[in-house]
Write a protein that binds this ligand. Structure first.
Ligand code: HEM
Length: 420
C-alpha cells in the first residue's frame, strides 16, 4: 500500500486490499478527479452521478434491463452492420494500406453506440474527418483532464478562454442529443427497442418517475463517452497482443474457422468463441483502458483492521498493479496467456482480482454490450484477414486521455485465400 501524503487519496494495488474495498457495505463510489470535471457534459448521468442523487437510482433501474441479454440480442444486427463496414473498408484499401488501428476502432465504437443506443448513424466510415461530435468530445475530455490537474485559481484566471471553448463544445454536443430526442418525439418508433425509447417511455416502478429531458441528454452523452474509447482501446490492445504472440493469433483464427467457417456470423456463434473471449479478458488484464476507479469509506474505518482511514478519503484501485499482482497471476504476469482466462481457470481466480469493469452496483452497465461488440469485430476480422504489424519492430506506445490506448499502432490486413 502506498500513502500519498498531502493528498486525500490512498492508492491500492494488491488483490488483498482491492478485495477489501470491493465490500459495498463499507465502501461506495464518490466520483472524483476527472469525473467531476466531465460532469459539465454528463451531469447526473450514470457514470458521474453520486449515489445520493435520486436520478442515478431511477436510471439504473430503468437501464439495467436495456443492457441485458434480451436487449443485446436485438442489437446484434446493428453491431454486425458497423463491423462489416469496417471490414469492407479494410478490404477495399488493400493489403499494402497501413491501418491506423486505434483510429478505425474508435470510429467503429462510436458508430456502434450511436446506432444501437439511439438508432443514429454518425457514419464515421463514410467520411475522412471524424464527426464534429467526436472531435468536440475529444476536446472536452482533454480539457477536462487538464482542468483537474491545475489549481482552481489558475483555471479561473489563466485558462478562461479554454473553459469558454469547453463550454461551447458541451453546448453543441447537448444540442445534438436534444435534436435526436426531438426527432424521435416527432416521429415515434413504437417498435424500436433501442435505449432512447427505453429512456423516453419507461416509468420507474418504485417511484413512478420518468427520466427528464435533461437527464436523458446526460445519459446520451454518458453512453457516448463511457462506451467508445474504452471499447476501441480494448480492441486495439487485443489486436496488438494477438499480433505480438502469433501462436495465440493462430489459435484464435482456428476457432473462428471451426465455429463460423465461411458462414455469415450469427448470434448463436458468439458463446462458442471462448478463446476470443479469453483473449479480450487477458488484454483487459494486461492493460485496462480505465486504469483506476475509486471509492470512499461509508464511515471512518481501518483497512486490514490496522490502517485507519477517514470516511471522505479516496481509495484508488491501481488496476495495473492489481492485474500484475504476482501472488495472483504468477511470475509470468507480464505475458499474454489467454488460457488463464478460459472459464474453468477464470472461475478459480481469487475474488476481485480482475476488475477492469469496476465494482458492484457502480460497475460497468455496458459490459455485455462491449463484449458482444468486440467478439463480433474480432470474429469478422479474423474470418476475412491475415493480419500483420505494419512495422514488425513496433513497441507499444500509449496515449492517455480519460483512458489509455495503443498509439501509432498500425497494421496491414491481407484478404485470406479463398475468403470473399
Ligand atoms: C462504468 C469500464 C464499455 C457505460 C464503468 C466503470 C469501468 C468501466 C471501470 C466503473 C467506473 C467507476 O467506478 O468509476 C469499461 C470498459 C469497457 C466499457 C473497460 C469496454 C471494454 C462501456 C460501454 C458502455 C459503458 C460500451 C455503454 C454503452 C458505462 C456506464 C458506467 C460505466 C454508464 C457507469 C455505471 C454506473 O455507475 O451506474 N465502465 N466500460 N461502458 N460504464 Fe463502462
Amino acid at each position: 500500500m502506498k500513502l500519498k501524503l498531502g493528498v486525500e487519496q490512498i492508492v491500492l494495488g494488491d488483490q488483498q486490499h482491492i478485495n477489501e474495498i470491493c465490500d459495498e457495505k463499507r465502501f461506495h463510489k464518490v466520483p472524483g478527479g476527472a469525473l467531476t470535471a466531465i460532469r459539465a457534459l454528463t451531469g447526473d448521468g450514470l457514470f458521474t452521478a453520486y449515489d445520493s442523487e435520486m436520478n442515478w437510482w431511477v436510471a439504473h433501474r430503468l437501464l439495467v434491463p436495456a443492457f441485458g441479454p434480451i436487449a443485446l440480442r436485438h442489437m446484434f444486427d446493428d453491431m454486425l452492420d458497423i463491423s462489416s463496414q469496417m471490414v469492407l473498408k479494410w478490404d477495399r484499401l488493400g493489403p499494402e494500406h497501413e491501418i491506423e488501428c486505434a483510429d478505425d476502432l474508435t470510429r467503429l465504437a462510436f458508430d456502434t453506440i450511436g446506432l444501437c443506443a439511439f438508432s443514429y448513424r454518425f457514419n464515421e466510415f463514410y467520411t475522412d474527418n471524424a464527426h464534429p461530435f467526436a472531435q468536440q468530445m475529444a476536446d472536452v475530455l482533454a480539457e477536462s483532464g487538464r482542468r483537474v490537474s491545475r489549481p482552481g485559481f489558475v483555471n479561473d484566471w489563466v485558462y478562461r478562454s479554454s473553459e469558454q471553448k469547453r463550454q461551447e463544445n458541451v453546448k453543441k454536443m447537448h444540442e445534438l442529443c436534444d435534436q435526436i430526442v426531438t426527432d424521435r418525439k416527432k416521429n415515434p418508433q413504437p417498435e424500436n427497442k433501442d435505449l432512447l425509447n427505453t429512456m423516453l417511455n419507461s416509468v420507474d416502478k418504485e417511484t413512478g418517475e420518468r427520466l427528464s429531458d435533461e437527464n436523458i441528454r446526460f445519459q446520451m452523452a454518458t453512453f457516448l463517452v463511457a462506451g467508445h474509447e474504452t471499447t476501441s482501446s480494448t480492441l486495439s490492445f487485443t489486436y496488438y497482443n494477438l499480433l505480438k504472440n502469433p501462436e495465440t493469433l493462430l489459435k484464435a483464427q482456428r476457432q473462428v474457422d471451426e465455429v463460423v467457417g465461411d458462414n455469415v456470423l450469427e448470434l448463436q456463434h458468439l458463446p462458442k468463441l471462448t478463446y476470443l473471449d479469453a483473449c479480450i479478458k487477458e488484454s483487459l488484464r494486461l492493460d485496462s483502458p480505465i486504469t483506476r476507479w475509486s471509492v470512499c469509506p461509508r464511515q471512518d474505518t481501518a483497512l486490514q483492521g490496522k490502517y485507519e482511514v477517514k470516511k471522505d478519503i479516496q481509495l484508488v484501485s491501481n488496476l495495473k498493479a492489481l492485474h500484475h499482482d504476482p501472488t495472483v497471476w504468477g511470475d509470468d504476469h507480464d505475458e499474454f496467456k489467454p488460457e488463464r482466462m478460459l472459464r474453468s481457470n477464470f472461475e478459480k481466480l481469487p475474488p476481485h482480482s480482475w476488475k477492469p469493469f469496476g465494482n458492484g452496483m457502480r460497475s460497468c452497465i455496458g459490459r455485455g454490450f462491449a463484449e458482444q461488440e468486440m467478439l463480433i469485430n474480432i470474429a469478422l476480422v479474423l474470418q476475412r484477414f491475415q493480419l500483420q504489424l505494419a512495422d514488425p519492430t513496433y513497441k507499444l506506445e500509449l496515449k492517455s486521455t480519460l483512458t489509455i490506448k495503443p498509439w501509432n499502432f498500425r497494421i496491414k490486413a491481407l484478404r485470406r485465400a479463398g475468403k470473399s
